[in-house]
Design a protein. Structure first.
Length: 52
């Protein structure tokens, strides 16, 4: 279905929405915290490796 396709009544069939305010900022904040958390886990796991 293209963006300009019309139904039987001649109405344009478009599925659109406006983004929730603050969603992108919250997503980036949580994503950054998750990446930092994983980096800390990786750093700590590499510190406890036996030295050969």
């Amino acid at each position: 279905m293209s963006a300009t396709e019309k139904n039987e009544q001649g109405e344009i069939m478009v599925l659109g929405h406006s983004p929730w305010p603050g969603y992108k900022k919250a997503f980036l904040l949580i994503f950054g915290i998750a990446c930092l958390y994983l980096a800390v886990i990786l750093y700590n796991s590499l510190q406890h490796l036996p030295q050969h």
